[in-house]
Ligand binder design. Structure first.
Ligand SMILES: Cc1c2[nH]c(c1CCC(=O)O)Cc1[nH]c(c(CCC(=O)O)c1C)Cc1[nH]c(c(CCC(=O)O)c1C)Cc1[nH]c(c(C)c1CCC(=O)O)C2
Length: 347
C-alpha cells in the first residue's frame, strides 16, 4: 500500500485502512460544483470540458471546497464521462439537460467505432491535473481520484443521455448480452489503466461511482456490474484504498465488501446499523446524509448530522452525503454539515 508521508491530515486514509483516528473524516460527493459561487464564476468563462481539460482550472476547482468548506479530502474535478470520450464517443454537456452522447452504442458496428485507448495519450490532462493538485495541496488533505463503474458508463453510452430508468440501456443488456459484456469489458480495461494512471500521478484514494447500480436486481447487479467492479478493485486495491459507491445497491453490500474494497458508500435509504450488518466489520462505511436535507435550517442540519454520527458510531465511518450535493444548497449549510462532523465528540 502506498502512503503519502507528507499528508498533514490523513484521517480519510487511516479510516479506510481500519486505523483509529481522533475523529470521523468528512467530505461531500460532488463537493466541487455549482453550489459554490466561485465555481459558477469559472463556469461562465469556460466550457465544461475546458474546465476538465485545463489542469490549472481543474486544480483551482478541486481546491475550492477544501479552502471554502474545509473538507478532509479533495476530489479531482473531472467527470465520469471523460472515459467514454477517450474511448472515441462524442460527449456533450448541455445546460439543464445534462450529458448528451449523440451517437449511442446500439449495434456491433457502433461498438467497432470505439476502442480501449492508450490512457496516457487520451487522458493525460487528468494525470497532469492530479500532479498539479498534489503540488498545490502540499499535503493539506488527501486527493481522491475516481472513475465511473462500467455499468453506469454503459447506461450513458447506450442510452445517450440521462434517464430515470435507463430502460434502453437495460433493454440492450437483456436483448444483446454478448455485446453488452464486450462493451463492459472494454470499459473495465480502460478504467483499470485510467485509475492506475491516476494513482501513479498521485491520487491517494480512488472511488468508483456506480450511480445507477440500484436500477438492477441483485442478480443482474452481479452480472452487469459487480463482476466488472471486482476486476477494477482487484487491480488497484494493493496500491491505494478503494471506495465503491453503488447507489441503491445496498443488498449487494456483502459482495462489495468481499470484493476487497476498503470503503463502501451508502445512500440514505439504508440505516447505518443495517449497512454495517450487511458489510461486516472489515470495511469503512461512507455516507449517508440525504443531500436534500441540507436545505433544512442549520440547527436541524446540526441535530441530524449528530444523529447520523451516533448511528454509525466511532471509527470505520467517513461522513458524507448519500449522493452528490445539490446545486441549490447554501454554502453556509454545507459548512454546517462539515463543521458539525469536525466538532462532534463521542461520549
Ligand atoms: C452520474 C455521474 C456523472 N458525473 C459523475 C457521476 C457520478 C456521481 C453522481 O451520481 O452524481 C461524477 C462527477 N461529476 C463531477 C465530479 C467532480 C468532482 C466532485 O465530486 O466534486 C464528479 C465526481 C463534476 C460535474 N459533472 C457535471 C457537472 C455540472 C456541469 C457544470 O457545472 O457545468 C459537474 C460539476 C455534469 C454531469 N455529469 C454527469 C451528469 C449526470 C451531469 C449533469 C447533471 C449534474 O450536474 O449532476 C454524469
Amino acid at each position: 500500500m502506498r502512503r503519502d508521508s507528507n499528508l498533514k491530515n490523513d484521517l480519510l486514509v487511516r479510516t479506510l485502512l481500519g486505523e483509529q483516528t481522533e475523529r470521523t473524516p468528512v467530505w461531500m460527493m460532488r463537493q466541487a460544483g455549482r453550489y459554490l459561487p466561485e465555481y459558477i464564476q469559472l463556469r461562465e468563462k469556460y466550457s465544461f470540458f475546458e474546465r476538465c481539460k485545463t489542469p490549472e482550472l481543474a486544480c483551482e476547482i478541486t481546491l475550492q471546497p477544501v479552502d471554502i468548506v474545509g473538507v478532509d479530502a479533495a476530489i479531482l474535478f473531472s467527470d465520469i464521462l471523460v472515459v467514454p470520450e477517450a474511448m472515441g464517443m462524442e460527449v456533450q454537456l448541455i445546460e439543464k439537460l445534462g450529458p448528451l452522447l449523440p451517437q449511442p452504442i446500439k449495434t456491433t458496428q457502433d461498438l467497432n467505432r470505439i476502442c480501449v485507448p492508450d490512457v496516457h495519450d487520451r487522458l493525460h490532462y487528468v494525470f497532469d491535473a492530479i500532479k498539479l493538485i498534489k503540488k498545490e495541496l502540499n499535503g493539506r488533505v488527501p486527493l481522491i481520484g475516481f472513475a465511473g463503474a462500467p455499468w453506469t458508463l454503459l447506461c450513458y453510452m447506450v442510452q445517450g443521455k440521462g434517464s430515470k430508468t435507463f430502460d434502453e440501456a437495460k433493454g440492450f443488456c437483456y436483448q444483446q448480452p454478448e455485446l453488452a459484456h464486450q462493451l463492459l469489458q472494454m470499459i473495465t480495461d480502460t478504467t483499470i489503466a485510467y485509475l492506475k494512471g491516476q494513482i501513479a500521478a498521485g491520487a491517494d484514494v480512488v472511488q468508483v461511482f456506480d450511480s445507477w447500480g440500484g436500477l438492477l436486481s441483485k442478480k443482474d447487479f452481479e452480472i452487469f456490474s459487480l463482476q466488472y467492479i471486482r476486476q477494477i478493485v482487484a487491480a488497484v486495491n494493493d496500491e491505494v484504498p478503494v471506495i465503491i459507491f453503488a447507489k441503491g445497491a445496498w443488498s449487494s453490500l456483502p459482495e462489495m465488501a468481499a470484493a476487497g474494497a476498503h470503503g463502501l458508500g451508502i445512500d440514505w435509504c439504508i440505516e447505518p446499523q443495517m449497512a454495517r450488518q450487511l458489510a461486516g466489520n472489515n470495511v469503512a462505511l461512507q455516507g449517508n446524509f440525504d443531500p436534500a436535507k441540507l436545505l433544512s435550517p442549520i440547527p436541524v442540519i446540526e441535530k441530524e448530522v449528530k444523529q447520523m454520527l451516533q448511528a454509525f458510531g466511532p471509527g470505520k465511518h467517513i461522513a458524507n452525503l448519500g449522493h452528490g450535493i445539490l446545486p441549490n444548497i447554501p454554502v453556509e449549510h454545507a459548512k454546517a454539515f462539515v463543521n458539525t462532523v469536525k466538532e462532534y465528540c463521542f461520549q
